[in-house]
Write a protein that binds this ligand. Structure first.
Ligand SMILES: C[S@@+](CC[C@H](N)C(=O)[O-])C[C@H]1O[C@@H](n2cnc3c(N)ncnc32)[C@H](O)[C@@H]1O
Length: 321
């Protein structure tokens, strides 16, 4: 595999509120919001096709800890990793109210007692694969969070945000609270050089995104929503970037990469999942989940409700233009 160097950049919008010379008005900056990199669809496609390589869009059905050693240094722009939980969960339980006959065999679990060593082994492979601009996103349940955070700390990678994904249901409990969240650790190699496209004015670190399940579908029972994975991709990578997923599962990150004009490489130890992953990837068209960043505009109507004073000032300034 060849090492790719980022070559194509357009003028970055400075993201500053030009009105700051005037007095501060709460919420006013939101009316003028522009993404840091407002690439158009045409620019996005150019970046995507320009960076194409035969080495991309491949999934290897093997242990990622061994597999990642064969990938060249500094060849990955974003890592999306959703490792097995370290619970007694085998991907087939009916906890999500699913028919376990429709969930595929072969889900590879890791014992809780081995979870730290497992986390350390795969997370240690990341710094070598990452460029200075790269990010990694690690999904974790709360029960094994300590092991994952400890392993991250020990690799020398930097934690930028600890995001909470809140979903709409959890396993029924009698004598404790129902858990309905996941942890998403956003990690970078270089806190000075990482890539971040701020595509929202005020992106909070709690994301409310529903888990979807299509009835009658065969799958590994731990699929992440496309919306969740695409959100990570949009903020943390450029069009044409290479996304590595060490734990492909149903192939969600491959689907989201293709759907957002990115490339993927990945690993999955369960060979039974190949047919599902292939179908999922073939169902999505290149760019199908993409929304050009140049078209992201502030929702003035919604902002007016939240910041009426700022809205008046905004209209006044628009009139003066
Ligand atoms: C939580 S699931 C990933 C689900 C995926 N994010 C999705 O949306 O479909 C974890 C996956 O990692 C796989 N796995 C476990 N250990 C592995 C290893 N050492 N190397 C590669 N894959 C592994 C499991 O078989 C399982 O499919």
């Amino acid at each position: 595999m060849t090492i790719r160097v980022k070559t194509f950049k357009i003028q970055k919008s400075d993201g500053k509120d030009k009105s700051r010379k005037n007095k501060y008005i709460a919420g006013l900056a939101a009316f003028y919001f522009k993404p840091t990199y407002p690439w158009t669809l045409k620019q996005t496609k150019e970046m995507y096709y320009e960076k194409f390589s035969e080495e991309y869009n491949k999934i290897f059905y093997e242990d990622c800890i061994e597999g990642m050693k064969k990938i060249p240094a500094e060849s990955v722009d974003l890592i999306i990793a959703d490792p097995p939980f370290g619970l007694k969960f085998n991907g087939k339980e009916s906890i999500y109210n699913r028919d376990s006959n429709l969930v595929l065999e072969g889900y590879q679990e890791v014992k809780q007692s081995e979870y730290y060593n497992f986390s350390k082994a795969w997370i240690s492979e990341l710094p070598r694969l990452m460029k200075n601009t790269s990010s990694a996103v690690i999904f974790s349940g709360w029960t094994n969070l300590l092991e994952v955070l400890t392993a991250v700390n020990e690799t020398g990678l930097h934690l930028m945000n600890h995001i909470i994904w809140e979903y709409q249901f959890g396993v029924f409990t009698k004598r404790k609270f129902v858990s309905s969240h996941y942890h998403i650790l956003w990690i970078v190699k270089s806190p000075k050089n990482y890539f971040f496209n701020k595509i929202e004015h005020y992106p909070l670190d709690i994301w409310k995104i529903s888990r979807k399940y299509k009835r009658g579908e065969k799958k590994n029972g731990t699929r992440l929503p496309y919306e969740l994975v695409s959100r990570c991709i949009h903020f943390l990578s450029e069009p044409g970037d290479v996304i590595l997923d060490p734990f492909m599962g149903n192939g969600t990150s491959a689907v989201c990469a293709k759907g957002t004009y990115r490339y993927f490489i990945g690993f999955e130890i369960n060979k039974y999942l190949k047919s599902i992953i292939d179908i999922e990837i073939s169902k999505i068209k290149e760019g199908q989940l993409f929304m050009p960043y140049s078209e992201i505009k502030p929702n003035v109507k919604a902002l007016k409700k939240k910041y009426p004073k700022a809205h008046k000032e905004y209209l006044k300034r628009e009139d003066l233009k």
